[in-house]
Design a binder for this molecule. Sequence first.
Ligand code: FES
Length: 320
Amino acid sequence: MSGSLLRRVRVAEVEPVANRIKRFRLVDADNAPLSEFSGGSHISVVMHAGDRLLRNPYSLMGAPSDTSSYQISVLNCDPSRGGSRFMHENVTVGTELEIGQPLNLFPPAKLAKKHVFIAGGIGITPFMSMMNELDGLGSDFELHYGVRSLEDGAYCKYLQSRYGSRINIYRQDQGQLIPLENVLSGQRLGTHMYVCGPKPMIDWALQTAKLLGWPDENVHSEQFSAPPPGKPFVVKLARSGREIVVRGHQSILEALEENGVDAPFLCRGGACGQCQTNVVACDGFIEHNDHYLTEPEKVSGKKIMICMSRIQTGSITLDL
Ligand code: FES
């Protein structure tokens, strides 16, 4: 799947919800109903930021059954590759954008007896629709949400007023940390844990769950990583013979799209495996920035995840 099915939407509302975080409400540009989605889904938003084409993934936060609008939250990252800054500085009420269809790579487990959500900062966003969905189903869940301060944490008051004691907020400015070991110890059999937030937090949660003996299949994580910048290089497409320059702040996938080449993708964050591409030849060193390929696969140099990884110099020939 290339994810190229796009829909035109209009921004109906923009609201600052915390320091550097804005909520955007999107409606269909022709006021048609949007597609239903499931808790944990995301959409990609297409942005023409200057001479750059970006497609950033954002979690859908509203009620999954609400087809009147979609809601996303955007953190103005510092440094930004351009996407979040573009959303904060250029997108206002009335702006038209293109979005991809909702995709879910982070759904709540259907057979879980209970759901424990661990969120850090903007990592709260996928849990907003999950909790909405699970609440409607009468499912058991609890949230542990770490924020720098109440001004930096989005939706704290809303969540506490809606879900009461199931919401636990931890404020860094008051020296509070998620008591992860306590939270994960003593949960009943069949509980699933989900974590979303900065990479160190995800690593900490996954490692703690492992140490406490949680089965791998009960532990879920989602991280939207941006492709790191580097030096420009050339991608050769073995099937068409085309040569495309990947600029310093672009991923290979973004450079292909900018040049009209339809390549497969889903998450655009190095996690789902959809963009895995065979390497035909490479005269440079591949920087594997994904968390999908195994170490032996990375060392072999025969595969590359084109949404995240790049080469340091020279050129690479791909089976495209
Ligand atoms: S699109 Fe998911 S790993 Fe590249």
